[in-house]
Design a protein around this ligand. Sequence first.
Ligand SMILES: Cc1cc2nc3c(=O)[nH]c(=O)nc-3n(C[C@H](O)[C@H](O)[C@H](O)COP(=O)(O)OP(=O)(O)OC[C@H]3O[C@@H](n4cnc5c(N)ncnc54)[C@H](O)[C@@H]3O)c2cc1C
Length: 427
Amino acid sequence: MDLLSMWEGTANKNVNRVQIEGEQSCDVVIIGGGFTGLSTAYHLEEKSCSTIVLEKGKVGSGASGRNGGEVLTGYLGSMEYWAKKKGLQAAKQMWQLSLDSIDLIEDIITKNSISCDFERNGEFVAAYKPSHLEAMKKDQEFMANKLNYHEMDIIEKNEMKRELETTFYSGGCIDYNSAHFHPLNYTLGLAEAAEKLGAKIYERSEAVHIKRNSKNNFIVHTEKGKVIADKLVIATNAYSGDLNKKIKKAVVPVESIMIATEPLSEPTVKNLIKNNRAVSDTKNLLYYFRRTGDNRLAFGGSGRASSKRDQNQIYENLLDGMLCVFPQLKGARIEYRWGGKVGFTKNMLPYVGKMKEGIHFAFGYGGHGAAMSSLLGKTMAEDIFEEGNPNNPLRVKNLKSIPFHNQHAKAVGFMKFYKQFQDRFLN
Ligand SMILES: Cc1cc2nc3c(=O)[nH]c(=O)nc-3n(C[C@H](O)[C@H](O)[C@H](O)COP(=O)(O)OP(=O)(O)OC[C@H]3O[C@@H](n4cnc5c(N)ncnc54)[C@H](O)[C@@H]3O)c2cc1C
């Protein structure tokens, strides 16, 4: 689904980087030019470690330049769920990591003067059903009592106009620490910052084959060149192909799509989302939406098209969804529609680690990668210097394959059908 994204259409610049040709060498070769790979390069170069990034398409042409730009605290699933699953101590660490990830992005943006409309106005999670609001109240209590986190507020249904100009939802919850940005401008800025420190980034340079030489260096081959390096990082997330089978089988790519209106008048857009927060809802097949720096409404949801006709239909469905939430937008022109792949792991948490073959990896952020990927890129840089925290709760030793991975498209289709049913008919 490679339609021009709004982020591409409104990017600060369109930089074309050269394709790699011939032989090059460096300390660390990084495969994948999204948030994860570029952050690894940036943090390694800060430590004077030489890096080469190989990107199959263009910098940000994977999910990093195509997402909703909602830079969110937390993970898929509530922290109470993770505390039950992994223990309270691990949940506390996980929560702190999620806060650190947003601080890190803010820091990178400030330090490198990246112009990407970063706004830390918080997140509003809208309750699709009254029972979801009750669950949010319990979550808020858990966060305050067990994680000592107090930066959340519940909004009752009758107070909704303070946040959103809609009657579609039954209230919601604010988390004041989340943010949003122009994801492609952040990616491009991060790439430039890494290059200023010395990183070399090649585009249209798909890594097709990995070998080791007699000195145990990695040799990564592309169509026209190769890189010889001491260390190797794979940061291909939901776009992982056959290059490394273990990674491919440990991540399920799920399509998500977005539409964006034409620029709206400032009063109109300000009225839709009053406090300029990143918004998502609690539908199983969730919607996520936000204002953009140029006063559009960007609206996302899940969608998978198996044919061109289907593709038009899923965007029409998303538009219907947008008009259910904001009927006042009827008649607003949709200027952009695009999609990309979100990567999920078996346990629904991101993975970071090193394989026994010596390959460093981080992937599988679900819909929370805009924040966490920069931090896990940094974690991989620390791991390469053996400075990483061995007790990081996101660390995995053995990559878990997703059962029946080759059937995932059918499974995801079935799950979506079931979740749609739940949204419509269950409390
Ligand atoms: C439509 C959409 C909306 C989303 N919205 C949000 C959101 O609002 N908030 C949020 O937190 N997350 C969101 N996400 C998820 C988020 O975008 C990702 O988690 C994040 O971008 C992952 O970054 P990454 O660098 O790991 O992967 P990517 O950005 O996907 O980068 C991987 C790169 O690897 C390259 N590659 C693959 N194979 C090779 C190879 N063999 N050789 C060279 N290069 C290769 C690809 O071309 C790609 O550029 C969304 C995703 C999508 C698709």
